[in-house]
Design a protein around this ligand. Structure first.
Ligand code: HEM
Length: 466
């Protein structure tokens, strides 16, 4: 019975797909403008299997885009997860899409990501709600909180690097993931290493991240299901933290969560004030900020260590900037925002790392109306993805996006990379012991599969740059 049911379902979907294709062709023919070149793949599933195969390979999921860009050019069409996706890699078009002056696009992630981060997440919210949530979160990224964050992060890095000396081999990615997770949890919710919640949350966020690109099938053995469970556990822990704070209002917390809750409580006596964020919005966005900030920055730090190992000249110049006697002030006390602003060569290294690694390889948008891109017709409801990795081959720098959706944590991310870089250079020399460049399977952001293992040797105090 169930076999017949499945056959009928597949047949029905196949017919549906055929009708869609025919109507699509008729519509395209009725206008003079062609749709972008590309393949719709197999009936119904399109090129989903090719996409999944790329995710599951050591070349990474960007390989799927790269192959088609080479075959079809800078604007091509495909069908994944039963939806049409267009990939765009011309700088002009990218700027127009990201700036979105005419309101033709909104951001949209594939369904699995939307369900995992939550519908109130800044990443998924509708245009109107996005504006409101973003305005509330932007307040948290002030210069004052950045300065405080740098101090905390520096202390964390100094403590962590101290422990490296006794380790034979250090896996940079593993260490960076731990560091960035702790840093995000500290600044968002004042969680310290001793807090029992920290380890639980780390595991739960790990499950969510691993499920980001999974096929959205909710069976107990699927990656997606496990991701959703991780999300559920994360939300329960966060609820407990919020309830504890509400029960003990006299306790003082200087963190993002407290700012959001206090604003919430003060401005919403009767739950009617539309300017405050609801608990659901706060929770989804705390998870969003951890996901947006942890994995991205940890991957960037790892690529930076690898690139420096491969570019000895750059490393030497960097050592000169950081080990020169005049800069010793940077080495004694906690680093400040002002110190970071003076690290001019290191800032260039950070920027070049972000350009080369293109941590977020494409930025997803949804066309809200029929429009034209590079002379091709784009239909309302199609997904339009800006291929940032390809754009980074020309001087345009969009590692943190552009327009109204520009990365909120951009300065925080750059600060983390600079602090890490400075402390690493001034504490150790290192050698990468596995130069394999394959990337991790299933990762949303490009991460080295090897994790970049290094062996470190302590730099002698006051050693001159050499
Ligand atoms: C090297 C590290 C990072 C990189 C490369 C990066 C990159 C990006 C990019 C490209 C976008 C825009 C995507 C688009 O337009 O579709 C974005 C958005 C975002 N990022 Fe980052 N990011 C990094 C670190 C962080 C950190 C540390 C945070 C801090 C909490 C953060 C929070 C966010 C948020 C909340 C958004 C959504 C903004 C919105 O939609 O309005 N990111 N990030």
């Amino acid at each position: 019975m169930s076999a017949i049911y499945w056959m009928m379902l597949v047949f029905f979907l196949w017919i549906l797909h055929g009708i869609r294709n025919i109507s699509h062709r008729i519509c395209s023919e009725s206008t003079t403008m062609a749709t972008p070149p590309g393949s719709e793949g197999f009936p119904f599933i399109g090129e989903t299997l090719h996409f999944m195969a790329a995710i599951n390979s050591s070349k990474g999921f960007y390989n799927f885009v790269q192959l088609r860009r080479l075959r079809y050019g800078s604007c091509f069409r495909t069908n994944i997860f039963v939806e049409t996706h267009v990939f765009v890699s011309s700088t002009e078009s990218a700027k127009a899409i990201l700036n979105n002056d005419l309101g033709k696009f909104t951001k949209r992630y594939i369904r699995s990501i939307g369900e995992l981060v939550g519908h109130h997440s800044l990443l998924c919210a509708s245009r109107h709600t996005h504006k409101h949530i973003r305005s509330k979160l932007t307040n948290l990224f002030s210069t004052t909180s950045l300065s405080m964050f740098i101090k905390q992060f520096d202390e964390l890095i100094v403590k962590t690097l101290r422990g490296w000396e006794t380790k034979g081999t250090v896996i940079v990615l593993d260490e960076a993931l731990k560091i960035t997770f702790k840093a995000m949890c500290k600044t968002l919710m004042s969680l310290d290493c001793e807090d029992e919640e920290l380890e639980m949350l780390e595991k739960d966020v790990g499950c969510v991240c691993e499920a980001m690109l999974a096929f959205p099938l909710k069976f107990p053995w699927t990656r997606f299901y496990k991701g959703l469970q991780g999300r559920e556990r994360f939300m329960k822990t966060l609820e407990k933290i919020i309830n504890k704070r509400r029960e003990n209002p006299q306790e003082i917390h200087e963190d993002f969560l407290q700012h959001l809750l206090t604003e919430d409580d003060e401005t919403r006596p009767d739950d009617q004030n539309p300017s405050s964020l609801s608990d659901e919005q706060i929770k989804d966005n705390i998870l969003t900020m951890i996901i947006a900030g942890q994995d991205t920055t940890a991957s960037a730090i790892t690529w930076m260590v690898k690139y420096l190992d491969e570019n000895v000249d750059v490393l030497q110049k960097l050592r000169k900037e950081h080990l020169a006697p005049a800069k010793n002030a940077w080495n004694h006390s906690n680093l400040t925002l002002d110190d970071l602003n003076h690290m001019s060569y290191a800032s260039k290294v950070v920027k070049e790392t972000l350009r080369m690694a293109s941590i977020v390889p494409w930025f997803p948008r949804l066309a809200l109306e029929d429009c034209e891109i590079q002379g091709y017709k784009i239909k309302r409801g199609w997904n339009v993805n800006v291929d940032s990795r390809s754009i980074h081959h020309d001087p345009t720098f969009i590692a943190f996006g552009a327009g109204g959706r520009t990365c909120l944590g951009m300065n925080m991310a750059k600060a983390m990379m600079l602090v890490f870089l400075h402390r690493l250079i001034t504490t150790y020399r290192w050698e990468v012991i596995d130069s394999d460049t394959s990337v991790e399977k299933w990762a949303l952001f490009a991460r080295l599969r090897s994790g970049c293992p290094i062996q470190v040797t302590r730099v002698r105090p006051n050693s001159a740059a050499s």
